[in-house]
Design a protein around this ligand. Structure first.
Ligand code: ADE
Length: 226
């Protein structure tokens, strides 16, 4: 999978994809991440990428030209399955959307700034708009990092134990049960006996039960969607 990220703050991504699983995914050539500086494509003398809002009002708006030139260039080089705009008024990101996107070949992620982008970019280029939560960030960069991370780890071959992505929180609209590792007793804080019993059936039942309790207590809303 290839992800092209378009931003006016390319340095924001320094190091973001150079660790752990995302690093391995790129080394194995399962994922390619390309960061593009929108400003480089501005034809303005000052390389400006924003302007005042028509009709008045506070806040600058990102202009069409540099984004048009950059997206058009990328599209002339390959086909894209989705051109995604990260925005607080997009559809709320969830595991189902990540699963869907992880099956695609090429996607563009456009990060907005200031008040947002000229509506005509949304009308003519954007195929999907995604929000990473009901709060407003200073720009779409953190959203692009979150989305990239959540998608890439789902691509087959990225996680060594492929089943581990399937047992994630939210994969069945359920939260994961509590987990423990050694030592079994730390300063008197004990691991539940059942996990040490060696009885796989009982352990599975316990985990299912814990999953239900946890989801009921913490996220009854996702349980209702089951
Ligand atoms: N840009 C600003 N806020 C955002 C959010 N909540 N999700 C995605 N992109 C954003």
């Amino acid at each position: 999978m290839r992800i092209d990220i378009l931003s006016i703050l390319p340095n924001f991504f320094n190091g973001a994809f150079e660790h752990s699983i995302l690093k391995i995914a790129q080394e194995k050539n399962i994922a390619e991440i390309h960061i593009h500086d929108i400003r480089k494509y501005s034809t303005q003398k000052q390389k400006s990428v924003d302007d005042y809002q028509y009709g008045g009002g506070a806040g600058m708006v990102m202009t069409i030209q540099p984004i048009d030139d950059l997206i058009s260039k990328l599209k002339s080089e390959r086909d894209y399955d989705e051109v995604i705009y990260l925005t607080p008024d997009g559809e709320a990101l969830n595991q189902g959307i990540c699963n869907q996107l992880s099956t695609l070949k090429n996607i563009i992620l456009l990060c907005g700034h200031y008040k947002g982008i000229d509506q005509r970019i949304r009308d003519h280029f954007i195929t999907r708009e995604i929000s990473i939560g009901d709060y407003v960030l200073t720009g779409g960069e953190l959203g692009a990092i979150v989305l990239t991370d959540a998608i890439i780890r789902l691509i087959p071959g990225v996680l060594s134990d492929e089943t581990s992505a399937l047992t994630d929180c939210f994969q069945d609209n359920l939260l994961s049960p509590p987990i423990y590792t050694r030592p079994s007793n730390y300063k008197g804080w004990k691991v539940p006996e059942i996990l040490l019993s060696g009885d796989d059936k009982k352990i599975e039942k316990w985990r299912e039960n814990q999953t239900e309790i946890r989801t009921q207590n913490r996220r009854p809303d996702i349980l209702r969607n089951k």
